[in-house]
Design a protein around this ligand. Sequence first.
Ligand SMILES: [Cu+2]
Length: 442
Amino acid sequence: MQSQSKVVDYLLETNEFDWEIAPGKTVKAWGFNQQLPGPTIKARKGETVSIKVKNNLQEPTIIHWHGIRLPAAMDGTDSVQRPIEPGEEFEYRFVVPDAGTFWYHSHYNETVQVEKGMYGAIVVEDETDPVLDDEKVIMIDDMKLSASNEFTKPSWFIPRIVERHDGREGDTLLINGKENPTLEIHGGQMERWRFINSSSARYFLLHFEGRQFKIIGTDGGLLEAPILASEALITPGERLDIVVGPFEEGETFALESLGYNRMTFLKAKRQTFATVKVKEPKPSVAFVPDKLRTIEQLAPHDTPVSRKVVLSVGPSLKDGMNFLVNGKMHVNDKPVVVGETQVWEVSNSSMMDHPFHLHGFFFQVIEENGKAPDYLSWKDTYNLKPRTNIKIAWMPDNRPGTWMYHCHILEHHAAGMMANFDVIDGSKPYEEKPATHMHHHH
Ligand SMILES: [Cu+2]
């Protein structure tokens, strides 16, 4: 048993640095400790993590710990802290209460900072994890680069509204910061692969040229039972833990994304992100049980709805299109009370997909378009197809403060599809906040 009081220390220094994404192809990345992705933060469930962030960029930053159920003050948004100015240091300190795959990324000027590489993985382990022969963290990203490998923003109206509408997608496809890397696995062995979609807007429809794998976990840790699949959608912000193998020595196949139509102007096609090579065989100790854990349902699917959240788009003369929550941009939503189960209906009335992300809490999807889901899971990011509505249940536990939800297509978030709300202690008086402050960094 690990001690509950153990503290795991990290120092993350943000910098601009040269990063070679392929032989002879170097970008001016922004990131942590001159690595892309940044260092993987590793801890065991229940440990305390102390992460000092030293900002060596020429502009402020804030770091968000996506999926960690931490205190509001540590969430890393400009609603709960002052930005970390150039030259400043800020210590994030929190307990990691859940095992699973999480990630950290800039939450300030994020359409620029995340695109340039300001992200990394967080892996929290527990003794109840299934035993595999090895594991890999696989961070999916893409970059939109000019012919001279520079990050540029479209300046003309039409390309600008395409990027605002679709989100920023690029032709430079990255796995762990590299173009078409080789992933190796021993013949006869089984590994846990922890996928994290850290791209601005790319929908990743995982496929291994038809080979089957087992899905064992989602955003909030293990499922109740493994699910056999040959493809799985991972939208921006989401995580998916799978078990791959065993394969035969000498096998080579693509880690690819099938085309997923999310109703963008630019259409997605089938693309290879990495190549998997199977090396000489080794004995296996892997064991994936049929029962991984129990997930209690938070609320029956016919529970009355306590709040409606409508994601939509509206016209904008200046920008072509605005992205809205309940008809407005950058919203302050009503508070929720500690200990009161929330059942929200989240609907997408637009004609494109949006991955809905709730900060700081996991939810269960208890209904989608009127039907109970096939299986329960803990989620913090869930994709809504056009004209779809979901019912989610979640519990605001005793972590009062200001939180937020937003679309995880970063350009949609920046264009208004976000809301702040408070979690409040019901025994104390609540003071309404003044009108929303805007979060624009142009
Ligand atoms: Cu969106």
